[in-house]
Write a protein that binds this ligand. Sequence first.
Ligand code: GLU
Length: 498
Amino acid sequence: MSLFEKNKVRVRFAPSPTGSMHLGSLYIAMYNYLFAKHHMGDFLLRIEDTDQARFVPGSIQNIINTLKWAGFDYDEGPILNGDVVSDKGAHGPYLQSRRLDIYKKYADELVAKGHAYPCFCTAERLEKMRNEQTLRKEAPRYDGFCRRLTAAQIAEQRAAGAKEVIRLKMPQEGTAKFTDLIRGEIEFENKLIDDQVLIKSDGFPTYHLAVVVDDHLMEITHVIRGEEWISSTPKHLALYSFFGWKPTQYAHMPLILKAGGGKLSKRDLAASAMEYIDQGYTKEALLNFIALMGWHPAGDKEKVGMDEVIAEFDIDRVNKAGATYNPEKLDWLNGMYIRAMSPEEFARAARPFLMKAGLIDASFPDFKLVKYTALEQLRVKKFTELAPAIEFMFKAPSPEKNTLCWKKQEPANAAAALDGVLATLADIKENEFVAEKIESDIKTMIAKNSAPVGETLWPMRVGLSGREASPGPFDIAAALGKNESLSRIQNAINILRS
Ligand code: GLU
């Protein structure tokens, strides 16, 4: 029996609404989702909005939209309808700012049991304390001054209207030990851990109290979060033990590093996860890329859909050394997804990019677009590369005489070769004007003239595309159609004879 069959797996993605959801958050959301779905469990969304100063309006909606777009439907979580928030699921509210009375109740319980205490230290005192600690080369932490206050001193401070926070009374002996699903056993000495503030002077809880209370009340079985939270885990374990609750299991995901090493900064990423679409990537390639950043399915398969990833996902195999953000790999994967599309799908996906580049408008016919875009479907890695690559299809070129000539070919010779091309193309019936037929007729013509192939195909290709590098002349001619091809070849002949 698997480890998870007895209890239903419940995980949560718990972002703070501090801006658009970027790739790093989608990565955490994805691994939670994969884990939940692999184990047929629940995936929850909880908004951790207890830091009012960092709240960015619109970000909750952006988080919800991004999850929906990615296909990570949550089983429980907040629903937004304009500014109206409602809850889906029986463990709400799912916005922490709506749970303040719950946190207060649990903080009071800790104080009553002697596991937390009110602290009245002023900002000045704390700063002085930290400076002195730094001078002594100690790690800055609270010195426990208010641990020792008597009931009378507390009453006196309150009567004087002093600002008050609630701090965790961290045990001074023993160790906090846990088995991380990715990293194995991790142990901290309790006496090195700070007396964390649990309730701030504005009455809001800190992350540490809220996360433990909520994970418990929401019946979360596994916390899958970024590695930056490892050092907070002993505080969370102390809280679980003071409340008499069973802690969740933990899996701390590796930080995302740049390919070739170094910390990834927000500047390396698109401003939001959904913006990768504007940069020319497909959603499927992006999700595939993120899935493989910190984990790999068995074998050397790289192109994997979400269903396959869900089936194979195994948290034990997440690479603890670091997840790698390699834009070249994203391009490469995206190219694979582009090539797997039908020509029609490719054209449909390409249309907005060509419109944005000003090459077409919404009325440009589909059948023509499919022919044009198919010319580069095997080559481009992202949609933004397409407009520059096929721009010549939309605008008849006017190449230089020199460019039209193959190596040391004379313009008169190139013009004569194009006369042959023109006559050959003109002889092909409109409904037979396809690349294979064009190729075989042109090649027959060349063979008859026993001329070097390049002396005909080079001027033909440049005449059609205006470029030294482009797709092959037969494909371009077929995509342009008979009339446009004849007109471009005639134009090239005129240039050569001018
Ligand atoms: N609100 C925290 C964050 O945005 C969540 C950490 C956790 O998952 O416990 O990183």
